[in-house]
Design a protein around this ligand. Sequence first.
Ligand SMILES: NC(=O)C1=CN([C@@H]2O[C@H](COP(=O)(O)OP(=O)(O)OC[C@H]3O[C@@H](n4cnc5c(N)ncnc54)[C@H](OP(=O)(O)O)[C@@H]3O)[C@@H](O)[C@H]2O)C=CC1
Ligand SMILES: CC(=O)N[C@@H](CCC(=O)OP(=O)(O)O)C(=O)O
Length: 338
Amino acid sequence: MYNVSIIGASGYTGAQLVQLVQQHPALTLKGTFVSENSTDAGKPIGSLHGNLAHLSYTLTPISDSALTQMAEDMDFVLLATPHEASHDWMQTLSSKKAKVLDLSGAFRLKDTDIFAQFYGFPHTASDCLNKAVYGLAEWYSDDITSADIIAVPGCYPTASLSALKPLAQNGLLDSQVRPVINAVSGVSGAGRKANLTTSYYEVSLQAYGVLGHRHTPEIEAYLGTKVIFTPHLGNFKRGILATVTVKVTPGTTQAQLAEAFTSSYQHCPLVRLRNSFPKVDDVAHTPFVDLHFKLDEDSCYAVITAAIDNVMKGAASQAIQCVNLMTNQPIETGLVLS
Ligand SMILES: NC(=O)C1=CN([C@@H]2O[C@H](COP(=O)(O)OP(=O)(O)OC[C@H]3O[C@@H](n4cnc5c(N)ncnc54)[C@H](OP(=O)(O)O)[C@@H]3O)[C@@H](O)[C@H]2O)C=CC1
Ligand SMILES: CC(=O)N[C@@H](CCC(=O)OP(=O)(O)O)C(=O)O
C-alpha cells in the first residue's frame, strides 16, 4: 500500500481526491489538510461534503513542520491548492521521499515569462519546474511513470488536447489555420469559495477570459500550435463540453480522421470514442473523456467534441491515473468498476 496526503482537501478537487484515494485498492489516505488559518480546520470532511459523511477524516491546518514530515513519510502528496501555495511548497515537499502531484497551474508552463504574464506572479522554483512532467495521462505516460513531480493539466486543456492531439500527431492539422476551441464549464470549475460571479442567481451562459485565459498558452505548449480558445461559464455543476473546429490538410478523409483517433486511443480505457456527439451528463462524475468528430471533406473543416468532468478527468481522476502509472498499475485502477 502507498501512503497519501492531500492538501486542500476541503475544496472541490480535494474532496474528490479524498473519495478516490479512499476507494483505491492500493492507496491509504493518511492526511487531509487545509490552510494554516482555515475556518474549516478541525471539521470532519463530511460536514462540508455530505457525500463523504461516512468518512472520519478531519481537516488539519497545514504547517511548515507538517510539510517537512509529509515529504519524508508519504509516498504521494496531492496538492489541490491555489497556484501560489503549490509554487511556494513544492521545493520542500519534493525534497525527500514523496512524489508530488499538483492540481494547480504552478508547474505546467516551462516558459517563466509566459507564466508570469498569465499567473501574475514570478516563478522562482526553477529546479522543481525543470523536473515537473505534464500529467496528460494518455499522452505522456512514459515520462509520468518515472516522474517525481507531476503538473496535472488544467481542465480545459485536458478536454482540448484530448480532441486535438490525435490530429496534430498524425499531421492532419492545416498549419495556416488556428484550431478554434469553444468550451463551456460547469461552476465547480471556479472552486468552492463563494463569489458573486458563480452564485446561483448570477450564472447564466457567458464567455469569459476572451483571448487571454491562462489555459491558452498551456494548450499551445502541449499541442505545438497556436489556438483560439474561448471558455464559457454554464449554469450546471459539473463537466466541460469543448467544441473544437479545425481545418485539416487538403485531401484528408473521414476514414483518416477516424484512424487517427482509434490508433491514438486504442490502449486507453478511459477514452471513449462515441458514435454521436457526447453530452456533459454522459461523463459527469466519471473519469472518462468522450470524443466524437465529423469532417466536411469538401471544405476540409472538422468539428470535434470532447466531454469531461472538470473535477474528475480535468483534475482529480487524472491525478490518480498518474499515480497508477507511477506505481505500475493499470491506468484505470480505482477509477472504474470492472
Ligand atoms: N475545480 C476544478 O475544476 C479544477 C481546479 N483545478 C485547480 O486545482 C486547485 C484546487 O481547485 P479547487 O478544488 O477548485 O479549489 P477550491 O477553492 O474548491 O479549494 C481550494 C482548497 O485549497 C485550500 N486552500 C486555500 N488557500 C490555501 C493556502 N494558502 N494554503 C493551503 N490550502 C489552501 C482551501 O481550503 P481553506 O481555504 O479552507 O484552507 C481548499 O481546501 C486550484 O489550483 C485549481 O486551479 C484544476 C483543474 C480543475
Ligand atoms: C469555470 C472556471 O472558472 N474554471 C476555471 C478553470 C479551472 C482549472 O482548470 O483550473 P487551473 O488551471 O487553475 O488549475 C477558470 O477558468 O479559471
